[in-house]
Design a protein around this ligand. Structure first.
Ligand code: DOR
Ligand code: ZN
Length: 427
């Protein structure tokens, strides 16, 4: 592989444009760099960040390759600025055993556009009844376990999962939803749901599980990660738990940082997601909590669905939204343009914290000589219009269709190799 020069880039958006030389997958020099045989990517003053890490991606392979494959999802990730993604376990068959997780990891390596880390299921078949073979999967390289899509609702199973995760030095990521409180739920429980005649999904169904799990994690001396935080109350619980020394981390999705349940007015199922879109007050609070570090990071919950599963009546539609190719722009819109985060902050929530939470040694690293060249180049001044049909994903269920968004990924580098540039995957 030839050396590569990123010309005229601004690490973390700070200082004057400089040049970065990448050789053998590593940052070899920053400043005045020279290499005769180097390939050049023109930065034009773009912001250089550590490559993004997504702790929460649904790639749908195996089982629903009509909506996304590891190849198409990896392309979407690279185009979105990601260098590592965690592929959720709710595939068919479920990733609750060594064979499936090894298959996902191998396909990810073959595609080679992004590091694909399989998430292992916590319970067999995501049924919440019997613990899966966490040890076997951990030995196969699994770092994160989750029944996402389902909550590990049985407190004894959750307690055991946390105890094992501690012994195995892995992390359990909880989809916090007390199922007894969300039977038939279709939308955030509140004024809007009542008006529209949709059965409510109460904030307390999330908050009560997060509170319980924080207490269980503290009791077990284990680490807990909370998926897609969606309410003010959950942010309050996390602040309380962290203050008393609980080893808990949390993520928020781009859609929960921007959209509210006012979007449900049209009954368009593109807005159906689990947990549901909440109120403007929640959105405001989630942004603040992310800026403060009470919520650690952004994760997409990229959830491709087939047209027939989204273009139908509300109650029959599946929950979920595409996220990989819009995440950065939504973060720019909600966190950077509002002054809540600078580019160092974006690096923290999109790359450094997720890499730390999952224990990835070569992602989310500082932009320094000697560090692996997992990098994302962002044009902060670009604007673009979202067209789901143009995404690399097979599915088109983006709630941001037609929106003009700020900030664009110029290039993504995985160990020094260009995996996306100018909105294209290089041949
Ligand atoms: O909206 C969602 N979609 N939430 C989940 O928890 C699961 C996901 C999916 O798999 O489609
Ligand atoms: Zn979930």
């Amino acid at each position: 592989m030839n050396p590569l020069i990123l010309k005229g880039v601004r690490p973390y958006g700070e200082g004057d444009p400089t040049d970065v030389l990448i050789r053998d997958g590593v940052i070899a020099a920053i400043g005045s760099v020279e290499a005769e045989d180097a390939e050049v990517v023109e930065g034009n003053g773009a912001v250089l960040l550590p490559g993004f890490v997504d702790l929460h991606t649904h790639l749908r392979e195996p089982g629903r390759e009509d909506t996304e494959t590891i190849a198409t999802g990896s392309a979407a990730a690279a185009l979105g600025g990601y260098t590592a993604v965690f592929a959720m376990a709710n595939t068919n068959p479920v990733a609750d055993n060594e064979v499936v997780v090894q298959h996902v990891a191998r396909r990810g390596r073959e595609v080679g556009l992004v590091d694909v880390h399989p998430v292992g299921a916590v319970t067999v078949g995501l049924e919440g009844v019997k613990l899966a073979e966490l040890g076997t999967m951990a030995r196969a390289g699994v770092r994160v376990f989750s029944d996402d899509g389902h909550c590990v609702h049985d407190p004894l199973i959750m307690r055991r999962a946390l105890e094992y995760s501690k012994a195995l030095d892995v992390v359990v990521a909880q989809h916090a939803e007390e199922p007894r409180l969300t039977v038939g739920a279709q939308a955030h429980e509140g004024e809007q749901a009542s008006r529209l005649g949709l059965q409510g999904w109460p904030a307390a169904a999330e908050e009560s599980i997060v509170a319980r799990d924080c207490l269980l994690a503290l009791h077990a001396g284990a680490r807990l990660h909370v998926c897609h935080v969606s309410t003010t109350g959950t942010a309050d619980v996390l602040r309380w738990a962290k203050a008393r020394g609980t080893d808990v981390s949390a993520e928020v999705t781009p859609h929960h940082l921007l959209l509210t349940d006012e979007r449900l007015e049209t009954y368009d199922p593109v807005n159906k997601v689990n947990p549901p879109l909440r109120t403007a007050a929640d959105v405001h609070k989630l942004r603040e909590a992310l800026a403060e570090g009470v919520i650690d990071c952004v994760a997409t919950d990229h959830a491709p669905h087939a047209v027939q599963d989204k273009d139908c009546e509300w109650s029959a539609a599946r929950p979920g939204m595409l996220g990989l190719q819009t995440a950065l722009s939504i973060v720019v819109e909600t966190m950077v343009r509002t002054g809540l985060l600078d580019w160092r902050g974006v690096a923290r929530v999109m790359s450094e914290r997720p890499a730390e939470i999952a224990g990835l040694p070569d992602q989310g690293r500082p932009i320094e000589v000697g560090e692996p060249a997992n990098l994302t180049l962002v044009d902060p001044d670009a604007t673009w219009t979202v067209r789901g049909a143009e995404f690399a994903s097979i599915a088109v269920n983006t709630p941001f269709e037609g929106m003009e968004l700020p900030g664009a990924v110029v290039a993504t580098l995985l160990r020094g190799r260009v995996t996306a540039v100018g909105g294209r995957i290089p041949a």
